[in-house]
Design a binder for this molecule. Structure first.
Ligand code: PRP
Ligand code: MG
Length: 174
């Protein structure tokens, strides 16, 4: 199975969550056992040999493949969450979404300088969410930070927000 078959199983939902947006719905991929396995295999092929110690998944859709990948590459999993959800002390970063400001948080003891981090989310749109996540992870001064998405909306040019030396990979592009 290749990327094109997985792409063909993504459900396009027109005008969700608001008019003019085509929502790329991955639930139709995740529910297919062969597709789920293939996604997991493709991510593992990219990241297994990079010495990654922690996969950081972004709430909520980064919580689906993030832990699956972590187990495949022998890394731990760290959740980055929406505000007020993590119980212990956190670092926070705010970012601008279309309507107003959003915040994400990570536990202060989630990462350390010895970590090699893979930041994972399902989709790159404007890049605001991942840039905030990236800045949050960089506060821990880890050895290296990789960035991964299942889907990239290339026409929104979200990857242009990141420094040139950041290795950003996406499997499926629009
Ligand atoms: C979606 C998606 C990414 C983000 C991408 O999450 O899962 O996390 O938007 O958008 P951006 O690149 O423009 O920042 P959303 O905030 O809708 O929440 P969810 O994952 O909890 O559904
Ligand atoms: Mg999300």
């Amino acid at each position: 199975m290749g990327v094109e078959i997985i792409k063909s199983k993504i459900r396009d939902v027109v005008d969700f969550p608001q008019k003019g947006i085509v929502f790329r719905d991955l639930t139709t991929v995740f529910k297919d056992a062969d597709c789920l396995r293939e996604l997991s295999d493709m991510l593992t092929a990219i990241y297994a040999e990079k010495g990654i110690t922690k996969v950081v998944g972004i709430e909520s859709r980064g919580f689906i493949m993030g832990p699956i990948l972590a187990t495949r590459i022998g890394a731990g999993f760290v959740p980055m969450r929406k505000p007020g959800k993590l119980p212990a002390e956190t670092w926070q970063e705010s970012y601008t979404k279309e309507y107003g400001v959003d915040v994400i948080e990570i536990h202060k003891d989630a990462l350390c300088e010895n970590d090699v981090v893979l930041l994972h989310d399902d989709l790159l749109a404007t890049g605001g969410t991942m840039l905030a996540a990236y800045n949050l992870v960089k506060r821990f001064n880890p050895k290296k930070v990789y960035v991964n998405f299942l889907v990239e909306l290339e026409f929104l040019k979200g990857r242009d927000l990141f420094p040139n030396d950041v290795e950003i990979e996406s499997l499926i592009k629009y």
